[in-house]
Design a protein around this ligand. Structure first.
Ligand code: B12
Length: 289
């Protein structure tokens, strides 16, 4: 799906005339680029930013690739995570997407969406699985849907300023968990970082190389499973020393970093949710706008 839309498509989505839309573009309310033939084209993230700032409802969200029924502005609320969970469990992907995109259009930061809607859902999935009341396929399908929803938010926040500081991250060898890692990338992108996840199961040596070659300002690690605690602690601390000697901060989070293991590790900051990451990352670079 393209990330660029014509004035006609955006006007249809919002339910205004194409000429009004073009006027807004020409006034600079929605940044647009011009094609070789001189036609205005708007990026999805620019359109969504405009909608969030103006509090505008959508009448035909599909025209810009959003789920049907999204953007009709029911206020997001405390029961969203229960509904989101219900849709995850029944495999209703478009309704799950709608809950999340509505929260985004209602002005929630991606960190708030993750902490208040998606993470509680997965915590409950873990409980249901533990009690044996959930089929394995439901858990796996929920992970698939979640990955696509997180990817959609990644498109929605855009790629950030091309001169933003670089952040890289991943999960370590023996750790197959991908969701928190991808979420960290999107949170940092929304905060103006050029963040790029390197994926999961990364051996320490290759992470060290990535830090030496890419010279990020921030390295994030999500740690949900640890294979051998002694080896983990030793390697982790070498990684910290290497990263900080190159001017990089090390931000960590994850269920496996328990109160027992954390005192043995060196890191710049530990976050137990994404709003912590959002707040910490903004102490390093100023807020955009
Ligand atoms: C999805 C899932 C899986 C999937 C993951 C798929 C994928 N693509 O990622 C798969 C199928 C791989 C899996 C496998 C297993 N799983 Co599992 N899994 C889960 C589940 C349901 C969700 C985890 C998740 O991703 N949540 C979403 C993320 C975003 O939330 P989070 O991890 O809580 O992270 C939060 C913070 O820690 C923090 N955070 C995390 N990382 C970072 C990083 C940064 C930088 C920041 C800022 C913040 C941050 O932010 C989040 C918000 O608060 C949990 C249930 C639960 N309660 O978490 C069980 C759970 C973690 N799994 C469990 C188990 C037992 C297993 C298996 C052993 C099952 C089995 N018998 O095979 C295997 C082990 C795999 C391994 N090699 O280690 C147990 C772990 C129990 C324990 N403490 O030992 C849990 C808790 C389920 C349960 N209730 O029993 N699992």
């Amino acid at each position: 799906m393209t990330d660029f839309f014509s004035p006609k498509e955006v006007a249809t989505a919002i339910g205004v005339s194409e000429s009004s839309l073009k006027r807004w573009v020409d006034k600079g309310l929605i940044p647009a680029e011009k094609t070789g033939g001189g036609h205005r084209r708007m990026r999805l993230d620019a359109v969504l930013k405009f909608l969030r700032e103006q509090g505008r409802a959508l009448s035909e969200p599909q025209a810009i690739g959003l789920p049907a029924e999204s953007g009709r502005r029911p206020a997001s609320n405390d029961s969203d995570h229960q509904e989101f969970l219900r849709f995850l469990l029944s495999g209703d992907e478009s309704s799950a997407r709608r809950i999340v995109m509505d929260a985004f259009l209602n002005g929630y930061s991606v960190a708030k969406i993750f902490d208040s809607i998606i993470v509680p859902g997965f915590c409950e999935i873990g409980n249901l699985w533990h009690c044996g009341t959930l089929e394995v396929y439901q858990e796996r399908r929920a992970c698939e849907i979640c990955s696509r929803v997180v990817h959609e938010l990644r498109r929605a926040v855009g790629s950030g300023p091309s001169d933003g500081p670089v952040a890289i991250g991943g999960t370590l060898d023996g750790d197959p968990y991908t969701i928190a890692c991808s979420m960290s990338e999107v949170v940092l992108r929304e905060c103006g970082w050029r963040a790029l996840s390197m994926g999961n199961m990364l051996p320490f040596n290759t992470l060290m190389k990535a830090v030496e070659i890419d010279r990020p300002r921030l390295l994030w690690l999500s740690v949900t499973a640890i294979r051998s605690p002694e080896q983990f602690v030793a390697n982790f601390n070498v990684l910290f020393d290497t990263a900080t000697s190159l001017g990089c901060v090390l931000v960590v989070g994850g269920q496996a970093l328990t109160a027992d293991i954390r005192p043995l590790l060196r890191y710049t900051t530990y976050c137990d949710n994404f709003r912590h990451l959002e707040a910490f990352s903004r102490t390093i670079i100023p807020r955009e706008n």
